[in-house]
Design a protein around this ligand. Structure first.
Ligand code: ADP
Ligand code: ZN
Ligand code: MG
Length: 443
């Protein structure tokens, strides 16, 4: 392993598409998934001359909530800028994004081991259309669908603070959960509503930022991203080991070979010719608005996990799985509430949810609680066989009965054990104890 002599330096750019009702700058629906091509477009999102954009305030609120959830500073004054480049899926020839005054800056994310990942910025922009390369009547053609054009897209940029792919995956999984808890995006990688980009370099001197980076793009699962990062780190380290230079470029991941492959080299830095978007006035956000949004934040995944361990006495690994979504954690909490009524253990409920996924089988928490009640009951012998066994044990252990009468209450434990033996372990200890004491007292 050549990479032993080098430490990876990794920074992330994460895009999520917002689940607002309408697009960023027009009234077309934002939900474009599996819709008929070009059925959700208008002059604004088609970039037709003269069309005027107006900013979607729900998208701005969502972006600020995201920032607040990650401890960012929210700007009181923000604006949109035009970022120019040419591509057929970008009808205006520029993307409306944010350049120097993003909504959120300087956030922080704590990994489980306490290490802090700094979040540089979170800004709002618009998505592009989608190209589809296909064949019609034997002819190769490229088609473009603008349903996605203008859908609000939020980009989070971290500092290059990650040392390895495990930290990256931990971060991304938690970001996905947070975004879903906030209800601002489905963050579904397969559908493209969450997109990951990792910038990677390696250094022989920890703490020193290399003067190059390779950008990994178009990877749509955490598992593949982890593999891609590991193999890219290895590739760079072995090149440096051989005294070669690393080309600054964009690479993708070939799932079959498990290796990264060059997609395009950035010879020189892109000149996007940013300038302020003149059709949208700058946005002022008052401290009152910010604190109102802050108050509206739900309990976030980390806080919920910690509370579950404390409040329900379940292991952290269970709390992780039970808080995978707000729906699941609400279900568990409802079941926990009902469990008291039915005298069913919370631990048993957690167990069956985590290990048997019974919450998938039973739509309502109340149904699950009844099921758990039945399950835990059924294993126990019925009351009459308990009574019979207790009688038998008492008649065979007169000396223990005498001891009990002389005040040695601790023999009850021994007697419960004897009854369990007769019942082959199928007795409910609580029921046995109750019956035993009843009969000892009336003896
Ligand atoms: P650019 O100007 O090319 O967009 P930035 O400095 O803005 O580059 O950083 C973009 C992303 O790349 C950020 O996520 C940042 O953390 C990451 N990054 C910057 N320098 C490096 C590096 N040397 N190695 C790995 N990642 C880096
Ligand atoms: Zn539109
Ligand atoms: Mg961007």
């Amino acid at each position: 392993m050549t990479s032993k002599n080098f430490t990876p330096v990794i920074g992330l750019e994460v895009h999520v598409e917002l689940s607002t009702n309408s697009k960023m700058f027009c009234k077309c629906p934002a939900d474009h998934f599996a819709k008929e091509a070009n059925s959700q477009v208008c002059p604004t999102c088609l970039g037709l001359p003269g069309a005027l954009p107006y900013a979607n305030s729900q998208a701005i609120d969502f972006t600020i909530k995201y920032g607040l959830a990650l401890g960012c500073n929210v700007s009181n004054f923000s604006k949109f800028d035009r970022k120019h480049y040419f591509y057929p899926d970008l009808p205006k020839g520029y993307q409306v994004s944010q350049y120097d005054l993003p909504f959120c800056t300087e956030g922080e994310f704590k990994l489980q081991d306490g290490k802090v990942i700094k979040i540089r910025r979170i800004h709002l922009e618009e998505d592009t259309g989608k190209l589809q390369h296909t064949t019609i009547n034997g002819e190769k053609v490229s088609l473009v669908d603008f349903n996605r054009s203008g859908v609000p897209l939020v980009e989070l940029v971290t500092e290059p603070d990650f040392d390895n792919s495990t930290e990256v995956v931990e971060f991304l999984q938690e970001i996905q959960k947070i975004v879903r808890y906030l209800g601002i995006s489905t963050a579904d990688m397969e559908k493209g509503s969450m997109r990951l980009e990792a910038n990677i370099s390696v250094t022989s001197k920890k703490g020193k930022l290399p003067d190059y980076k390779v950008e990994l793009k178009n990877i749509n699962s955490f598992r593949f991203l982890k593999k891609a990062i590991d193999s890219e780190v290895e590739r760079q380290a072995s090149l440096l080991e051989k005294g070669e230079k690393i080309v600054q470029e964009t690479r993708g991941f070939d799932e079959r070979s498990g290796k990264t492959v060059s997609q395009r080299t950035k010879e020189e830095a892109h000149d996007y010719r940013y300038f302020p978007e003149p059709d949208i006035p700058p946005i002022k956000i008052t401290p009152e608005e910010i604190s109102k949004l802050k108050k509206s934040l739900p309990e976030l995944p980390k806080a919920k996990r910690e509370r579950f361990v404390k409040e329900y006495g379940i292991p952290a690994s269970y709390a992780d799985l039970l808080t995978i979504s707000i729906e699941r954690s609400d279900y568990f909490e409802e079941a926990a509430k009902l469990s008291k009524k039915h005298n069913v253990g919370i631990k048993a409920i957690a167990d069956l949810m985590v290990n048997k996924n019974l919450d998938k089988e039973y739509k309502e928490a109340s149904e699950l609680v009844l099921k758990v009640y039945e399950l835990t009951k059924k294993e126990y012998s019925d009351d009459s066989s308990v009574e019979e066994s207790v009688k038998k044990v008492l008649s065979e252990n007169q000396d223990a009965v005498e001891k009990y009468k002389s005040g040695k209450g601790q023999v009850v434990g021994f007697l419960i054990g004897q009854v369990q033996k007769v019942l082959k372990g199928k007795g409910d200890p609580k029921v046995i104890q109750k019956k035993l004491i009843e009969m000892l007292e009336n003896n």
